[in-house]
Write a protein that binds this ligand. Structure first.
Ligand SMILES: Nc1ncnc2c1ncn2[C@@H]1O[C@H](COP(=O)(O)OP(=O)(O)OP(=O)(O)O)[C@@H](O)[C@H]1O
Ligand SMILES: [Mg+2]
Length: 310
């Protein structure tokens, strides 16, 4: 079942530099997001990520193409009752307390006072802000603000939630907490669509990703497919023998004390060496396949389209 289906979306803005020229910010973008998954939309600044989210939420109209959320018709605004949104660069009213803020958004979602109260208690607990429910937003750190933003996005118990840079400006511990919240939401069946530049983070929690480069979809796939192993291996050995001299052709380096390291891109050669090492009673500490990180994949993609230099 599709939570989001996007078909050939094109978005043109008026080019601020030339009166009659257009700026194409999305070019024939198509992909699907399955229900119950975490999906990441990645790309450099200005790639078109926020524009695509705004189109899906009906804030901005596409120039052409169509989409559907939770299998509804494109112009069915009622479906938004089942959708949550954390915008980027939000500016929450600082004079409200966390509780008042969630009450306000609960009312915007047409919840009754009793339901808002139940949801607020639950959500503030989920994002770790129960103890600060009566504190004014102006006293919140960036991390707390983002966690409150997540609670806001979930106030109407959405089936699908859009998060634009949910960990923006948040420190590593705060980012880990947000990742855990997102995994918890996924375990409850919520579909999560997020924008981010933080590739290593996205890699930890998303099921699939799409890479946008200057408005074009340049790659789409599951994390496991995109980061598939390179058929290269790290080999760590431990011995009092001098392996640099014993195996000169294998480029083995002594890294410290009795620890040696080398890297292989040929499985046959690796197996020959392993046989020999075992015969000589040399301890094999570690053989690990080297994987592409999402960052490797992205940098390669951008390089191939000629946007950054080697
Ligand atoms: N209202 C607008 N009018 C004209 N151009 C716009 C408008 N909104 C966005 N753009 C342009 O569209 C392009 C895509 O912007 P968008 O905000 O979608 O990028 P993004 O991928 O979200 O970037 P970031 O990572 O910096 O948030 C940019 O070139 C931007 O200047
Ligand atoms: Mg953006």
């Amino acid at each position: 079942m599709s939570a989001i289906s996007i078909n050939n979306i094109v978005k043109d803005y008026k080019n601020p530099k030339g009166e009659n020229k257009i700026l194409r910010v999305l070019e024939n973008v198509s992909f699907n997001v399955e229900k119950g998954t975490i999906y990441g939309l990645l790309g450099q600044n200005g790639a078109g990520k926020t524009t695509l989210i705004k189109i899906l939420l009906g804030i901005v109209y596409p120039t052409s193409g169509n989409f559907s959320l939770l299998e509804s018709k494109q112009n069915d605004r009622n479906i938004l009752e089942k959708v949550g949104f954390l915008p980027e660069n939000h500016n929450f009213p600082k004079f409200l307390s966390a509780k008042e803020f969630l009450y306000y958004f609960g009312r915007l979602s047409h919840l009754n006072t009793n339901d808002i109260s139940i949801r607020t208690t639950k959500l503030l607990d989920m994002v770790g802000l129960s103890a600060r429910s009566n504190s004014k937003i102006r006293t919140f750190s960036k991390g707390m603000m983002q966690r409150l933003g997540l609670a806001q996005a979930m106030i109407n118990q959405p089936e699908l939630v859009f998060l634009d840079e949910p960990t923006d400006g948040v420190d590593p511990i705060g980012r880990k907490e947000i990742r855990d919240i997102l995994l918890h939401l996924k375990s409850q069946g919520t579909t999560i669509f997020l924008n981010s530049h933080l590739l290593s983070e996205v890699e930890m929690i998303t099921d699939r990703v799409a890479f946008l480069n200057k408005g074009k979809l340049v790659k789409e796939g599951s994390i496991s497919d995109l980061t598939a192993t390179k058929h290269e291996f790290n080999l760590v050995l431990s011995t009092t023998e001098n392996l640099e001299h014993l195996y000169p052709s294998f480029h083995i380096k002594n890294v410290k004390d009795d620890i040696y390291y080398t890297r292989f891109d040929n499985e046959d050669e690796l197996n020959v060496l392993i046989d020999d090492l075992r015969k000589n009673n040399i301890t094999i500490r570690e053989i690990t396949p080297i994987k592409n990180s999402l960052e490797d994949v992205f940098i390669k993609l951008v390089k191939n389209t000629g946007d950054i230099n080697e």
